[in-house]
Design a protein around this ligand. Sequence first.
Ligand SMILES: [Zn+2]
Length: 175
Amino acid sequence: MNTPEASFLTWQQQFRTNKDCLQYLKEMKWPNGFMCPQCGHDNGIDLHCRELTECSHCHKQTSVMSGTLFHGSHLPLLKWFWALYFIGSDKGSISALRLSKLIEVNWKTARLMLTKVRAAMGHRDSLYRLSGTIELDDAFVGGKHKGKRGRGAEGKTPIIIACENKHKKAEPCPI
Ligand SMILES: [Zn+2]
């Protein structure tokens, strides 16, 4: 059995707001704190509801969402996170109609989200090549790794968020 380790309730408690999701994404992107992709400076200032971080040295603005599935999406992160939960819980087999009802988006949007997430699930290697990745799989849904990881590292179908991390190329960062 590969049921997600996180219950609906746990997930709900962890991701209540967009801010929670952003914060989570930030911790994944910069586990050791902000680092400017341009100059390597480690002091960043949050802008625009914390989606953008500006380097206090060279003033380059970096979006925490760049290089992720969510990049360029106008949907609230919260909806994306919940979509990941439902898709992950269902091993990708959820219908667009059901997803659209669960996260309150229209069918077309739900279909697009499903397509994106499924593509990410299916193109694990190409995403790894982008620049290093964060792996969202059962373990992500579960929050913590417990015992054996998924169905064996090779066989599972993770949902992946590509994450710009130039110092850890091709090395997945399991959550
Ligand atoms: Zn900088």
